[in-house]
Design a protein around this ligand. Structure first.
Ligand code: SF4
Length: 300
């Protein structure tokens, strides 16, 4: 998912020197032990959730949730967003096999920082819910450790999230890339409906008193997602979820499009449709934020 994220290419074998930043230069895999495992065993371990395909990790502040976060980027995504900042995360087979225990060792190491800053663990990608067993295991054990947990997702594979996984998730960063189904398909190549269903499910799940908080993220791309009617539709969907369970979505973050991913598209020799698209002007960002606020939503 990681619409605001920019993990660096990996290739290293272990994760040791994280970078604290908001510009997301990426820390690769330093310090995370790479599993050496036969292919057949690897598939079984991935199904069991003891092994995952990981792109990279970072220690970041002020993005991906409250406080200082350990953000782990999983590989694989079913969407093909035109503005994807991380096109190198899209194929699961390009990731590196990492055991859940290795991620959890890293989580344990940072518990003092999480406590100091009110931070925690964020699973991002790619699309986390392409590896639901791996994600569920990590979220459950992090929760046992008393660590705040966040799941960054497009919601497209929301059906892969079990009720227990949602119980073990404190915050969902839900990317709603468009409110209009046609625009959504243009942006992502996929239908909008699963994301809407997941948003509604998150609202209903919370009726048991343990539902995750939700931050909706909307990437504002001039000429692609900025149509006022499209923004209003996003706002209406979010307002509807809050009508089901007041307080479900506590903020809508408007993320201005930027060109930080362009070089990755070039390096992968993939056609990049937004070559000449500018970042939105501040006035446009303000207009969109105002549209969300007009629907009673907290928006930045
Ligand atoms: S294709 Fe879209 S959903 Fe997938 S990682 Fe890129 S921006 Fe996120």
């Amino acid at each position: 998912m990681a619409v605001a994220s920019l993990p660096a290419p990996t290739g290293a074998a272990a994760l040791e020197a994280p970078v604290a930043a908001t510009a997301r230069p990426g820390a690769g895999l330093d310090g995370l032990t790479v599993a050496t495992i036969e292919r057949g065993d690897r598939l079984a371990a991935m199904r069991a959730g003891t092994l995952g395909s990981v792109h990279s990790w970072e220690l970041v502040t002020a993005v991906d949730g409250p406080g200082t976060r350990l953000t782990v980027f999983l590989s694989g995504c079913p969407l093909q967003c035109l503005y994807c900042h991380n096109p190198d995360t899209l194929r699961m087979r390009d990731g590196t096999p990492v055991e859940a225990d290795a991620v959890l060792d890293r989580v344990r190491r940072y518990i003092p920082i999480f406590r100091q800053t009110g931070g925690g663990l964020t699973l991002s990608g790619g699309e986390v819910l392409m590896q639901p067993a791996f994600a569920a295991r990590i979220l459950a054990e992090a929760k046992q450790l008393g660590v705040h947990t966040a799941l960054d997702t497009s919601g497209y594979l929301g059906r892969n999230a079990t009720e227990r996984m949602l119980d073990n998730t404190d915050l969902v960063l839900l990317d709603v890339k468009s409110g209009d189904p046609e625009t959504y398909r243009t942006v992502t190549g996929r239908p909008l409906e699963p994301t809407l269903a997941f948003g509604e499910r998150l609202a209903r799940h919370g009726l048991n008193g343990r539902g995750p908080e939700v931050w909706v993220r909307f990437v504002l791309v001039p000429g692609l997602t900025d149509d006022p009617a499209n923004v209003d539709l996003v706002a209406e969907h979010v307002a509807r979820w809050n009508a089901i369970r007041p307080g479900t979505v506590t903020r809508v973050e408007v993320l201005p499009f930027h060109q930080m991913g362009r070089e990755k598209w070039h390096a992968l020799q993939r056609p990049y449709a937004l070559e000449d698209t500018p970042a939105p002007e501040p006035a446009l960002v303000n207009r969109v934020v105002a549209q969300f606020r007009a629907h009673g939503l907290t928006s930045y």
